[in-house]
Design a protein around this ligand. Structure first.
Ligand SMILES: [Mn+2]
Length: 381
């Protein structure tokens, strides 16, 4: 997958749309600082190329692109084409009969029937969704893609870090300023990690922003909202960092490493950050952030593995009965899942952990679970 190939797939998909530039296109994207700039690049370049009816929204807390309640919300918008961005790829249908393009870089489980998968998975280095979106944008609106090149830089910083092996990151830093790019990346990632977990403010900001410096200097109230989310997440992270990991050697032979788990209880999505922080200290172990307070009735966990250890394959080989199709998604060295509490308890035992990783009913049902005003609570199934 490269720029030419991405542009070819994207323009071929657009050429097949039922009503040309009048087609109602909806973009559902991941809520992180890869998915958000990717969606902004796609929507703004489509607009610049004459597509007048394009809308977008970020995935909400707990959501993935294969939940019936998500499909119902998407269907209510009556889209004539659907773009799923940075959300993984699974073989199950999304909106049957609606032309669907998936733009993604995670290890796919499959492709929905009739959908087109534009993925960088399998190409090294692996382009982020934001970089794929830049390549798509370049194929239909080159001037705008040039002006908004920094959106791809943010996606690279967010998913691959400062050393991302893509010339596009160096170009972003050179043209738009390293500090502003980094500061904005941190802020864009905050809302989806907050207890409410709604990143629409961050996405809206990217739909009107010209440059990262202009955004960081602005008095836009959206920026204040991102800063408040950042403060909330920092506090949750500081609390979670106080807990020490527990270890299991049970799967050392098959996995190639010891396993460690750090347990935390917060409505904020900081379990991936905890895994990342401990990874740098436990260089030879697979480390999981295990969050018992993220979603009522569930345990969410996020793992990081040393290079050479394929955590994704290990998890897929040990998928427990009762897991949904998101278990073992992500990347070879960054994978995890969400399990109903009883399924988690069995899984934690199977992984060789004792009572310290068991979640009892009373604890599972307590905790802080604020809901976004105007949204409905997710089903507990
Ligand atoms: Mn991504």
């Amino acid at each position: 997958m490269d720029r030419t190939e991405a542009g070819r797939i994207f323009t071929a998909f657009l050429a097949g749309l039922p009503r040309g530039v009048q087609t109602r296109i909806h973009i559902l994207t991941d809520a992180d600082a890869d998915g958000l700039p990717a969606a902004a690049l796609l929507l703004r370049s489509l607009n610049a190329a004459g597509y007048a009816n394009v809308t977008t929204e970020p995935r909400r807390k707990f959501e993935n692109a294969w939940m019936p309640e998500v499909h119902a919300r998407l269907a209510a918008l009556k889209p004539e084409a659907l773009l799923l961005v940075d959300l993984g790829a699974r073989p199950d249908p999304v909106l049957p009969g609606v032309p669907t393009l998936l733009v993604d870089h995670h290890a796919p489980f499959g492709t929905p029937p009739g959908a087109v998968l534009l993925t960088s998975y399998g190409t090294e280095p692996t382009a982020t969704s934001g970089l794929l979106a830049l390549w798509c944008a370049q194929s239909i609106a080159p001037q705008l893609a040039h002006d908004l090149q920094w959106l791809a830089g943010i996606s690279l910083l967010s998913d691959l870090g400062d050393k991302a092996p893509f010339a596009e990151l160096a170009e972003s830093k050179e043209r738009f300023g390293t500090t502003a790019l980094k500061d904005l990346t941190v802020l864009l990632n905050a809302p989806r990690r907050s207890a409410v977990g709604d990143a629409s403010v961050a996405l809206d900001l990217l739909l009107r922003a010209d440059t990262p410096k202009q955004v960081m200097k602005s008095t836009d109230p959206a920026l204040e909202s991102l800063r408040a989310a950042r403060t909330e997440v920092s506090a949750a992270l500081a609390a979670a960092r106080k807990t020490a990991p527990k270890f299991s050697t049970k799967w050392k032979k098959e996995l190639g490493a010891d396993m460690a788990m750090v347990r935390l209880h917060t409505a904020c999505q900081v379990h991936p950050l905890i895994a990342q922080i401990w990874r740098s200290q436990l260089k030879k172990a697979v480390i999981f952030g295990v969050n018992t307070g993220f979603r009522p009735g569930y345990v969410h966990f996020s793992g990081r593995a040393p290079s050479g250890i394929n955590l994704l394959h290990f998890l897929r080989a040990h998928t427990p009965t009762g897991a949904d199709g998101t278990f073992g998604g992500g990347h070879d060295q960054a994978s995890g899942g969400a399990l109903p509490t009883p399924v988690w308890n069995q899984f934690a035992r199977d992984m060789g952990f004792g009572p310290e990783m068991q979640v009892v009913a009373a604890e599972a049902s307590q905790g802080e679970f604020p809901l976004t005003p105007g949204t409905t609570q997710m089903p507990q199934a």
